[in-house]
Design a protein around this ligand. Structure first.
Ligand code: CS2
Length: 513
């Protein structure tokens, strides 16, 4: 930048405030003075999803309000790693968003990050930032893993070491601990607390976060927990935009499009949706940027979690067994597409509390979104942390279907495919790496039940932390899961998918007659 270099080779120009005006005309720029933004929002989790979704909607909101909008800049924090702050700081928080579709790219520079924070080394600290009266809204995208919830009860896992470590700490490391500490400071100072918006794919995400915060606060002081209960709003939200991880190729392409370097671009599909439960208090004009404020988020949330995220799990596990690298590659396989459609229309669809025509329309739209060939959404990434995601996305709808006496062969198949991944060996005979906080226990269950599909099905279904307590018609579920596990071990994947679709039995029947 200004002090760039005195060496012979001039430094490559880099995206920052000073170089904004040099960008080609076809790049959409922030339509406000980015140097005058103030942080009114504190964000936990400065990842690709946040930057492709909330930061863009906030950019639109700031633009819609003119000068008044400048108070809604975001102080966006990475909670552990320094890569994103390191990449974004030299760019004063500016970065490129590439919206990709088969038709081409829409390229936009986003400027709504007023500050980029690395929480552990931040001088102020997250709690003090939360308690700052200028912080009117706190948002979170920390993935399921960041909440330390028991997956079957959705309550804070108070036995987790990260949570135990944070109790009573002045500068907690977890988001939940920092929120509680920040609210404690707010209460002491007598300020109005900020509204806290969870933007992760959890069931009733606001209510779930609220309960986790109350659970943490109660470990420290009942008074604080009661004060939070009576004074802090945690609206529910539904967030939706597919944002794959960024590759070297994406960075090179962005540099080519900009004619200068951007160390931290993000990629997303054109689709964007954000539904927020209405709350009291000031907020950016997010509704001008594509968000909706509604009185009840639940129908949107259930439809999204089951039809989008649940189907993503099926595609990720079946796709990876088939050797595909991305969701788009997996669904381009006609057999997998048939399985996916059956799963969406006959199993997940009927469990969603919206009109049939609406859910069919959503399914049609989703199939096109999954097929977007310009989005390289890796199956390994989509499938990670499955043990935390199964309950909401597959098991709850399956329970509902079983109670309604509706069969769920595709759901059972997806669960069997997830389990199968943990017993796959690489060429050196080692279990393949799967990113999951419970992976050691899952590998252990696989080793303990080797060669015995029925025992494996029973053992997994008894793994309460993941599967919860029993299913309606448990014996039927056990038999079908054993069958699917057996088939995936013994037969060619395509044969197994075809048998699932045709509802035929391959090999021996479980439980044995
Ligand atoms: C995906 C989501 O990785 C996953 O769990 O299902 O990240 C999904 O892409 C987003 O929720 C789309 O809105």
């Amino acid at each position: 930048m200004s002090d760039a270099t005195s060496s012979d080779t001039p430094a490559k120009r880099q995206l920052c405030r000073e170089t904004l005006r040099e960008l080609p005309d076809n790049i959409r720029l922030p339509r406000y003075d980015v140097s005058r933004l103030e942080a009114g929002i504190l964000h936990f989790g400065c990842g690709a999803f946040h930057r492709a979704h909330q930061a863009l909607v906030t950019q639109r909101a700031i633009e819609a309000e003119g000068r008044k909008g400048l108070r809604w800049g975001i102080a966006s924090a990475s909670l552990v790693r320094t890569n994103t702050p390191d990449a974004l700081r030299p760019q004063q928080g500016l970065y490129t968003l590439l919206e990709r579709s088969a038709k081409g790219n829409h390229v936009e520079v986003v400027g709504s990050l007023a500050e980029v924070v690395h929480a552990p080394s931040d001088e102020k600290g997250m709690a003090a930032r939360l308690a700052d009266p200028n912080t009117r809204i706190v948002t979170l995208t920390i993935t399921d893993r960041g909440y330390f919830l028991d997956p079957s009860t959705h309550r804070l896992n108070v036995e987790d070491d990260a949570i135990k470590e944070d109790i009573g700490k002045e500068r907690p490391a977890t988001a939940i601990g920092s929120i509680v500490r920040g609210l404690e400071l707010t209460r002491k100072a007598g300020h109005t607390p900020p509204v806290i918006l969870c933007c992760d794919n959890l069931t009733s995400n606001g209510a779930t976060l609220r309960q986790a915060v109350l659970d943490f606060a109660a470990l420290e002081s009942d008074g604080l927990s009661q004060w939070i209960e009576g004074n802090v709003q945690f609206p529910n939200t539904m967030v939706d935009r597919i944002a794959p991880s960024v590759s070297e190729h994406d960075i090179e392409e962005t540099d080519r499009l900009l004619g200068m370097h951007d160390a931290a671009p993000v990629v997303a599909e054109p689709f964007l949706d954000w539904v927020i439960e209405d709350f009291d208090g000031p907020r950016p004009a997010w509704d001008k940027g594509g968000a909706k404020f509604v009185s009840d988020v639940e129908p949107y949330e259930i439809a999204k979690l089951r039809l989008l995220n649940g189907t993503h799990m099926l595609l990720a596990y079946v796709g990876s067994l088939a050797g595909y690298k991305t969701i788009a590659e997996a669904i381009a396989d006609p057999l997998i597409k048939r399985l996916t459609e059956r799963f969406m229309r006959s199993e997940q669809g009927p469990t969603v509390p919206v009109a049939h025509s609406q859910s069919e329309h959503y399914i049609d739209e989703l199939l096109k979104r999954f097929e977007n060939p310009a989005i390289h959404h890796e199956v390994g990434r989509v499938g990670r942390n499955g043990s935390l995601k199964l309950a909401t996305r597959l098991l709850e709808p399956m329970r509902y279907n079983l109670a309604e006496r509706r069969d769920t062969p595709c759901t059972i198949f997806a669960i069997a495919a997830w389990i199968r991944g943990f017993s796959m060996l690489d060429t050196s005979g080692t279990a393949i790496h799967i990113d999951d906080p419970n992976k050691d226990e899952i590998y252990r269950l696989c080793r303990a039940t080797r060669e015995n599909p029925l025992l494996r099905a029973e053992t997994f279904l008894e793994y309460d932390e993941v599967f919860g307590e029993g299913f309606p018609r448990q014996e039927k579920v056990t038999g079908e899961l054993a069958q699917a596990i057996n088939n995936l071990h013994r037969y060619d994947l395509r044969e197994v998918i075809a048998a699932t679709l045709e509802e035929t039995i391959l090999g021996r029947r479980y439980p044995q007659q």
